[in-house]
Design a protein around this ligand. Structure first.
Ligand code: LM2
Ligand code: CA
Length: 460
């Protein structure tokens, strides 16, 4: 393999939504480490209100690392086992708010709580009382004050401007760091002033990875760019643009300059096709779209913009439905078939196991081989589309409903290459998965909704 191009540091993550810690540990060892995933994003690990819905995870009642997803010991074991196979753990940090219950109650491991009262942690004086709306709830996303100081769906809104609150949050995050996590998704970051998040992050050890969730709203006053000074942000524009372009059969036209309109700079961006909120909301593509969803993920993994995170959850028809549980109320990790297909028929509660799809695993290998090679201008032909990462790999996609062929210019050497989307990291290459490069063109014949990719190391 020529050495003119630096191999990319592994940068691909996977969000294993509502997967218990013991299952994530096993998944790190059997799938994530071997495939080359660099990090895994977990669901929130802290104690939460009791309930069957997945979203109880987003209603903290204490900062004990005890939840339906596992115990503190299980969390610690997961972090060390994942770390041993090169997979960092990023924990989802819910720090904008506490629970959203009006009535008093008892949390998952017995912590008593009341409305804005969490004994030993926070009292009413440590919450915002925005006084701007009838119920103190956010009503107008056009108002910076409401979005940051009122309550998001009735969730008790912490006064993150207060030094005491910042310190308590900091102690929680330090506790997770002491168990070995590499960093955090900052849940609902938009609902905290960027300076509040900045102050909390500034108190963390150097090198802690921070990914702020700031859902971009074009006409809103609070923009993701405010949060890039102290870490990365999830760039919601990416999937929003890619999805509809695929739906309409008009593939993404690569913007070869470093700047993409309404996107944070590449070095600040975490990109995704969907997440646990958007798959229940307006994500244009989810696991339900089968082959086309895989195609979108392939293009994201082939791109040179941002750190991609693959999403893997469970099938559902009720947006509130939690993952299947055991008799004691803990979440059941389910199973992954050895070679799940992207168009498998899932029953409600089945894990989608996207991280194991052959095409995803093949693209992680592809991405490692292309490294930081330049993304070359794309070509579009017969409604199919493709581009080269200079001299290292070529990707092609047919988002339409008829077979299509496309010849993509490349400086890769002439020869036969194996399509790693079809063949994953498999060693022998079936005839139907071969792509020929000749005279500077890689010739792809694609079925409807098929994506394919070859790289220097996939030569047969
Ligand atoms: C997030 N990011 O900013 C999470 O990604 C998202 O999943 C969370 O919403 C939200 N922000 C708060 O952390 C989820 C879920 C909501 C759910 C909340 C709190 O999408 O439906 O709200 O978690 O558990 C539920 C009820 C809602 C109720 C609220 C408080 O759906 O009707 O509001 O609990 O009891 C009265
Ligand atoms: Ca807030």
């Amino acid at each position: 393999v020529p050495s003119a191009v630096e191999p990319a540091a592994p940068d691909v993550g996977v969000q294993l939504f509502q997967l218990p810690w013991t299952s994530i540990a096993e998944e790190c060892e059997s799938a994530l480490g071997p495939a080359g995933f660099a990090w895994v994003l977990t669901s929130p690990p802290q104690e939460h209100v009791v309930g069957e819905q997945w979203w109880v995870s987003y209603q903290p009642v204490s900062y004990q690392i005890e939840s339906r997803l596992g115990t503190r010991a299980e969390f610690a074991d997961m972090v060390s086992r994942c770390g041993a196979v090169g997979v960092d753990v990023i924990a989802d940090a819910v720090i904008n708010h506490m629970s959203g219950q009006d009535a008093p109650g008892t949390g998952w491991v017995g912590s008593a709580y009341a409305h804005q009262g969490y004994p030993g942690l926070y009292g009413p004086g440590e919450f915002h009382h925005c006084g701007l709306t009838a119920q103190d709830d956010i009503e107008d996303y056009g108002s910076r004050e409401q979005v940051q100081n009122c309550e998001l769906v009735n969730l008790a809104d912490l006064d993150t401007g207060s030094p005491a609150v910042r310190q308590t949050i900091g102690a929680y995050l330090d506790d997770l760091l002491s168990l070995g996590v590499a960093g955090f998704r900052i849940d609902a970051a938009k609902h905290m002033a960027a300076e509040d998040v900045a102050a909390i992050v500034a108190a963390l050890p150097e090198g802690t990875r921070v990914m702020s969730e700031v859902i971009r709203g074009a006409r809103e006053p609070i923009q993701p760019e405010e949060y890039t000074a102290f870490g990365e942000v999830f760039e919601f524009s990416y999937a929003r643009e890619l999805g509809p372009q695929l739906e309409s059969g008009m593939l993404y036209d690569p913007d070869l300059s470093d700047e993409r309109a309404l996107h944070v700079p590449a070095s600040s961006a975490v990109v995704f096709i969907d997440n646990h909120d958007t798959e229940r909301g307006n994500a244009p593509l989810t696991y339900r779209n089968g082959a086309e969803y895989l195609l979108a993920n392939v293009l994201m993994l082939a791109d040179d913009y941002g750190a991609p995170v693959v999403y893997s959850g469970y099938a559902f028809s009720d947006r509130d439905a939690g993952a299947p549980t055991n008799a004691d109320g803990t979440v059941d990790g389910g199973t992954c078939a050895p070679h799940p297909a992207p168009d498998a028929e899932y029953a409600d509660g089945d894990r989608t196991c996207v991280q194991r799809w052959a095409g995803i695993v093949g693209m992680l290998e592809w991405r490692a081989v292309v490294g930081d090679a330049a993304r070359m201008p794309g070509v579009s032909e017969n409604d199919a589309y493709g581009f080269e990462r200079e001299g290292r790999g070529v990707v092609a996609a047919n988002p339409n409903d008829a077979d299509a062929s496309v010849a993509v210019p490349t400086s890769m050497p002439d020869g036969e290459y194996c399509d790693v989307v079809a063949n994953g990291s498999g060693s022998s290459c079936p005839e139907g998965a071969r792509v020929r490069v000749r005279d500077g063109l890689a010739a792809f014949d694609l079925a409807p909704q098929q994506a394919a990719a070859i790289h220097l190391g996939s030569r047969v």
